[in-house]
Design a protein around this ligand. Structure first.
Ligand SMILES: C[S@@+](CC[C@H](N)C(=O)[O-])C[C@H]1O[C@@H](n2cnc3c(N)ncnc32)[C@H](O)[C@@H]1O
Length: 381
């Protein structure tokens, strides 16, 4: 069991998908290109399999975002063979992952079959010269998908010989019911496994994160860590209690979530940068903020309700706290009224990060887009 319901994860998935940094996915494809064809294997007819470990996978949103961009959808990217292991401690979410992902794959005209302990997804590779796929169903397409839309030219040596049988794309998704509190040693990282996680790092402790990065440094794994909350919350129109509420929410984020001690919460991106530098990873990071417009009232309402509950849990018991408790309730009522009237905009700060092992732990390489998100404005209201 966990605190994350399938409903909540389904509600946030479109906002997550929109928010992720396409630049980092491009960077990921570039960095993984060295694995596509190892030295001396240029003429090998069989493409390599990319092994991916998704930590805290929930219902598989990370898979559904990333697998097509890496190449599971024909014509989209170089990795036409992918082997995913998706880890979570919540069996209900893991069961849902298989069903949701099978439905999603069928919606993209990929074939699916349940095979032993996993889901097999296959697609027929486009014939060279034919039009590539136009996008992934459900994507908003507002940012485009680099290396994905009509990406025939970007496929590296995996297409069939003209006139010959077209190779297929092949993905295997297996789930693992595992409590990550057991630490990175239990993950059995293989050489060059790609480690991915989304919306997880703010839940973990500094010790847990250090253990994960040490294990990845040993196995020379790349990491793609998306959608880490960074403490920025911006609401428009503003409210006199916003500051109080945000401070209480951020304090609540630091509570122990069962992953090795107090959670990193908003300090997760900074902690990641420091640990990565110390262990010789090259780090690239970018903002991946949620920008929730009034046309997403359900997600806005769930978010605001969650913040009000968290803030109230931070208020000490006793008559002296009654005023603060009432202020939070008042704030919540007003925010819900604004949501119902279609008057609220919300920005929630997140960061995506890409870590690549370097040969020797060395000086810090930290390229980051500054967190200088434009303030919310009333243009769309
Ligand atoms: C915010 S959700 C993110 C889920 C998914 N990655 C996504 O982006 O939709 C965090 C996930 O971490 C999982 N999780 C939290 N603590 C865990 C632990 N100790 N072991 C394994 N999974 C854990 C939860 O069950 C949940 O699925």
């Amino acid at each position: 069991m966990s605190d994350f319901s399938t409903d909540w994860l389904a509600l946030r998935e479109p906002a997550d998908r929109r928010a992720r940094s396409p630049r980092l996915v491009e960077g990921l494809l570039r960095r993984l290109a060295v694995l596509t064809q190892p030295p001396g294997a240029e003429s090998s007819p069989s493409p390599r399999t990319l092994r991916i470990l998704d930590l805290g996978c929930g219902t598989g949103a990370n898979f559904r975002y990333l697998a097509p961009r890496l190449g599971l959808v024909p014509g989209a990217g170089p990795w036409v063979r992918q082997d995913w292991i998706c880890v979570d401690r919540d069996r209900k979410l893991l069961a849902d992952l298989i069903h949701r992902t099978a439905d999603w794959a069928r919606g993209l005209n990929l074939t699916t079959s349940l095979h032993g302990e996993g889901l097999i997804i296959q697609g027929v590779q486009a014939i060279p010269g034919e039009q590539g796929v136009g996008g992934v169903q459900g994507d908003h397409g507002d940012r485009g998908v680099p290396g994905f839309q009509g990406a025939q030219g970007k496929i590296h040596g995996v297409q069939g010989v003209q006139g010959g049988p077209a190779p297929t794309t092949h993905g295997r998704v297996r789930t693992r019911d595992l409590d990550l509190a057991r630490g990175a040693e239990s993950l059995l990282l293989g050489a060059e496994t790609l480690v991915v996680a989304s919306a997880l790092l703010d839940l973990v402790s500094a010790n847990w994160l250090a253990g994960l990065l040490r294990a990845c440094a040993r196995s020379r794994s790349h990491l793609y860590l998306a959608l880490t909350y960074d403490g920025r919350i911006d609401l428009f129109p503003d409210h006199p209690h916003d500051g109080t509420l945000i401070a209480l929410v951020n304090a609540h984020q630091g509570r122990d979530k069962g992953l090795g001690g107090p959670a990193l919460g908003p300090s997760a991106p900074a902690c990641l940068a420091e640990l990565a530098a110390g262990l010789g990873f090259a780090l690239e990071a970018a903002d991946s903020d949620w920008v929730l417009e009034p046309d997403e009232p359900e997600l806005q309402a769930a978010l605001v309700a969650g913040w009000a509950v968290a803030a109230r849990e931070q208020v000490p018991h006793g008559p002296e706290s009654r005023g603060l408790d009432e202020a939070i309730c008042h704030w919540h009522e007003q925010r819900q009224a604004q949501i119902a009237a279609g008057l609220l905009q919300i920005r929630v700060g997140h960061r995506d990060a890409l870590l690549s092992p370097e040969r020797e732990p060395g000086p810090r390489v930290y390229r980051a887009e500054g967190s200088q998100a434009a303030p919310l404005r009333s243009t769309s209201m």
